[in-house]
Write a protein that binds this ligand. Structure first.
Ligand SMILES: [Mg+2]
Length: 276
């Protein structure tokens, strides 16, 4: 079985060889040719990441937004503790990427070297070089000192990058970085079942993330996702704390623009809203 990885929106192609040897050989040659022709994306295809990546790394406004999110989160935690001081069962749940760890240097590599998103993601994670998002470290240390149980739910794949991720988190001085507090991805992408697992033993009082899927099972289309946020608007800045990330996320998948530049044009036309 051969598995070729393309951009997420292009899916995976699985070849099963069930024919005789000579036909197998011809097919193998075809697969090798396809692989060699698709080692790199089309020229400048990562250019759509440029402004968002520069913003996440260089803009003071990004830093201000993450401090803002974590300041609100700290205030909420202190209030929760004041309201129910005897409770020992409180949990907080955080995503890792673009919530605690800043991966904009990885995005910069994608742009600079014009490579596919997943071509060296594991190498980046295992290099353990990511710095923390401004405000994250102080918040996590406060939560730890107040007695909250901290759970890290991430779609980093446990099989490939657990060791590097743990190392990276520990070297950044983050608390409760132990096996029982780490729920990386083993099978499904959805985080709902991992949240349910925590809820069996703890009361989750706060969730922090940069993606709607870090808070609830998010819908597939942009309009449905928007409706979900409108319905839950009172939760933001309260039980849900959102960090900014314009570089990637389910919002991009919902727009279906990866590999479909013509969709960007139609989205722009829709935004312009007619002649003016
Ligand atoms: Mg994230």
């Amino acid at each position: 079985m051969f598995r070729l990885n393309y951009l997420p929106s292009q899916g995976n192609i699985i070849f099963k060889f069930t024919m005789n040897k000579s036909r197998n050989f011809l097919l193998l040659m075809l697969v090798v040719l396809i692989i060699s022709c698709n080692k790199t994306p089309p020229e400048n295809s990562n250019d759509n990441l440029i402004l968002a990546t520069l913003y996440n790394y260089y803009s003071a406004e990004y830093e201000a937004l993450t401090f803002q999110a974590y300041n609100i989160a700290e205030e909420r935690l202190i209030n929760i503790k004041k309201e129910r001081p005897a409770e020992t069962n409180f949990a907080i749940v955080l995503d890792i990427d673009e919530t605690i760890l800043n991966n904009s240097p990885y995005q910069a590599k994608l742009i600079h070297e014009n490579i596919f998103y997943d071509s060296c993601w594991n190498d980046w994670c295992n290099a353990a070089l990511a710095t923390t998002i401004p405000g994250a470290q102080n918040f996590l240390n406060l939560a730890d000192s107040l007695g909250f149980h901290i759970f890290y739910i991430s779609n980093r794949k446990e099989k490939f990058v657990k060791e590097g991720t743990v190392k990276n988190m520990k070297e950044n001085g983050l608390p409760q970085v132990t096996d029982e507090h780490f729920l990386l991805r083993t099978t499904e992408r959805s985080k709902t079942s991992r949240r349910s697992q925590i809820e069996k033993d703890y009361e989750i009082v706060m969730l922090l993330g940069d993606n709607l899927g870090d808070f609830f099972e998010d819908a597939a289309s942009p309009s449905d996702r928007s409706a979900q946020v409108t319905d839950l608007q009172k939760e933001f800045g309260n039980r849900f704390i959102v960090l900014p990330n314009a570089m990637y996320g389910n919002w991009v998948d919902a727009l279906k623009i990866n590999g479909n530049p013509e969709i960007v044009d139609s989205l722009m036309v829709e935004m312009i809203g007619g002649e003016w």
